[in-house]
Design a protein around this ligand. Structure first.
Ligand code: DQA
Length: 155
């Protein structure tokens, strides 16, 4: 058995995730976004996944990135930050692109303020991982890559 075909995926970080490391460390931990991206890339190398990362604080920029990267990736790992709870536009974009995506959150959003309990994305995601800090991304990446490989089998 040889190595599986490489898979390209994009990791998309929404608003305020550029502040990781100093933003409410008791909730989000002390790793910076660069630390998290490095761990994701390193797991990607192990899994045979080429991972590019993008962060924006702007809803439209996130939508533009998702749209322009569609042709070069097989799926998205996305932490939409607060847009999770507000953005029909992000949901519509992800539905329109029809690529698989996994939603991730560092914190356990179900155990926080009531307004964080609703996500506009969860019901159209392949899966959701929350509550494991930076490891949420790693667990989500494993799930996404397995899903892509499983669904691209020709028989
Ligand atoms: C978050 C949870 C959201 O409710 C919050 O607005 C964030 C981060 C998380 O990763 O835990 O910005 O997505």
């Amino acid at each position: 058995m040889g190595r599986p075909d490489p898979v390209n995926v994009a990791v998309v970080h929404g608003p305020n995730l550029h502040l990781l490391g100093r933003r409410e460390p008791e909730v989000y931990g002390t790793d910076t976004l660069a630390d998290v991206d490095e761990r994701i890339r390193s797991l990607g190398a192990e899994l045979g996944a080429d991972v590019e990362s993008y962060q924006s604080n702007h809803e439209g920029a996130l939508i533009d990135f998702l749209t322009e990267s569609e042709s070069r990736v097989a799926g998205f790992l996305i932490n939409p930050g607060a847009f999770t709870h507000t953005s029909i536009a992000l949901r519509d974009c992800l539905c329109g692109l029809a690529l698989p995506f996994v939603e991730v959150h560092l914190s356990n959003t179900a155990a926080r303020e009531p307004f964080r309990r609703h996500s506009y994305l969860s019901d159209v995601a392949v899966g959701v991982v929350y509550g494991f800090g930076g490891d949420s991304y790693l667990l989500g990446l494993r799930g996404l890559v397995a899903h892509i490989r499983h669904n691209s089998r020709s028989n």
